[in-house]
Design a protein around this ligand. Sequence first.
Ligand SMILES: [Fe+2]
Ligand SMILES: [Fe+2]
Length: 190
Amino acid sequence: MPEVLNRLHKEHADMSRLLDLLDRQLGLFAAGEAADYDTIGAMLQYCMEYPDAVHHPKEDLVYRLLRGRDPALAAEVGDLEEEHRSLAEMTLSLSALIERARAEEPVNREQVHNLTRDFIQRYRHHIAREELHVFPAARQVLSQDDWAEIDAKLGDRDDPLFGEVVADYFQALRDDIDRLAALAPGNADV
Ligand SMILES: [Fe+2]
Ligand SMILES: [Fe+2]
């Protein structure tokens, strides 16, 4: 598999673990318990710093080439670049709401719940479509020269949460994600 796709696939797995943790927070919230707004705020901060700023632009490079090579597939999967923009907007909206809650300003609990639920669903759906339809097509259709072209345009910014060096301000979040992943079925012996 081309290295770029390997990397994007790993980032999806990482993002899915983050969404699992957010889902758990949503469950607490729905049960009327206190949600950990600091943790949720850190998750959204990460989404702005890495998925929105690095992961999605990398995918956009892949889609642009793929669209030229396989217009039928492009029509089938729709405008993923637009979806990236709308995910980023949703992240900003939810983040603004969570920051208000962190500042102990009044927030509408139903709005927090619904926006968080929609955020998780849309991210999961988006990742699934890329994994099921787009990456397999990219693997088949794009040439070595295409991958070299994509590679040449990539930046080399490290992932501050799931990379080898975890940023100090994300360390507590990384620990929470790892703890939850260790509890997942199939990981009982981790
Ligand atoms: Fe994407
Ligand atoms: Fe993605």
